[in-house]
Each structure stands twice: as structure tokens, then as C-alpha cells.
Design a protein around this ligand. Structure first.
Ligand code: S3P
Length: 166
């Protein structure tokens, strides 16, 4: 199989970057994050892209970044939390090894708090989290070859669980 060794999906704040970096270290490969690719390419923050151009434009930029990274990157790849909203992306993920890092809503609220740098949580984090999880949980499950719950686990424990699942 060409492309990433493993693709991490899951909600914002679940620890994709932390676990992805630890995994890359353990596997001796590179780590890449599509949010970082977007910020580098656009020269502005994700929050600014949302404010300046709105979510649909961000999703189009994100789709391009995800498809490019899936084609180019051979290491660990973390996708932005909303990447799975796109149907073509979900279809493409069927030919990759995808691990869903999951957490429950209360854990999500605890971890991200009032994180205004994340545009989708800026108003009422608990309600927004509940709605996000309800809308997306089945999409993460649909693309995942393995689900690794992160509630109450350290990044090291989650990393080991992902390695066990590969
Ligand atoms: C988003 C998740 C974020 C980022 C943007 C939108 C989402 O990425 O792409 O704020 O829709 O869930 P992370 O999951 O890396 O935080």
C-alpha cells in the first residue's frame, strides 16, 4: 500500500498531533499534519481563513491539502477533525490504514475548554461539541480500520494502543 503508514482521524483536541509525533518517533518515520500544511500554504491561521472566507472555502482548501498529503507522505499523517465531512476524502481513505482516536463529549470539553483559536468551538463549547460529535462520529467510524479510545489515557498509552492496532 502506498501513502502514509497510518492516518489519524478524530475530533479536535483528541491528541492527533501529540500521538502522531510519538508514533512517528516509535516507527522511525516522518510526521505530517494537514492543518500545518494549510497554514504554511496559506500564510495565515486556520481561524483567519474561517473568518476571512468562511467554512466552505476552508473545506475546499482542506480537501486539496488532504488529498495531496495522502498521495505524497509516507509516514504518520494526522488529518484535521473535519476532513471526513468530505465524501471523496472518505472514499479515498478506504485504501489507507486509518485509526480513529475517539473521546467522549465531556472529555472533549475538558481538554479544549473555551478554545477560541478553534473557530467551531467559539460560542458554546459543550453544545457545539455535542453537535459535532453527533454529526461526525459515524463518519470517523466509517473510515476507520481501528478505533482507539483516548479517555483517561496518556499520549504514551494511546500511542502504544495505536501500534498494537496496526
Ligand atoms: C476542525 C478541526 C481543526 C481545524 C479546523 C476545523 C474541525 O483541526 O482543521 O479548526 O472541523 O473539526 P484539528 O482537528 O487538528 O484541531
Amino acid at each position: 500500500m502506498n501513502g502514509p503508514v497510518v492516518v489519524l482521524v478524530g475530533p479536535m483536541g483528541v491528541g492527533k498531533s501529540t500521538v502522531g509525533s510519538l508514533l512517528a518517533e516509535r516507527l522511525g518515520c516522518g510526521y505530517r499534519d494537514t492543518d500545518d500544511d494549510i497554514v504554511a500554504e496559506q500564510g495565515r491561521s486556520i481561524a483567519d481563513i474561517f473568518v476571512d472566507e468562511g467554512e466552505p472555502v476552508f473545506r475546499a482548501i482542506e480537501k486539496r491539502a488532504v488529498h495531496t498529503a495522502l498521495a505524497e507522505h509516507g509516514g504518520v499523517l494526522a488529518l484535521g477533525g473535519g476532513s471526513v465531512l468530505d465524501e471523496d476524502t472518505r472514499a479515498l481513505l478506504a485504501s489507507h490504514r486509518v485509526v480513529y482516536l475517539s473521546m467522549d463529549v465531556e472529555e472533549a470539553v475538558r481538554r479544549t475548554g473555551l478554545n477560541t483559536a478553534r473557530p467551531l468551538l467559539a460560542v458554546n463549547p459543550r453544545r457545539q461539541w455535542r453537535e459535532l460529535m453527533e454529526a461526525r462520529r459515524h463518519l470517523y467510524t466509517e473510515v476507520a480500520h481501528a478505533v482507539v479510545p483516548t479517555d483517561g489515557r496518556t499520549p504514551e498509552e494511546v500511542t502504544q494502543a495505536v501500534l498494537d492496532a496496526l
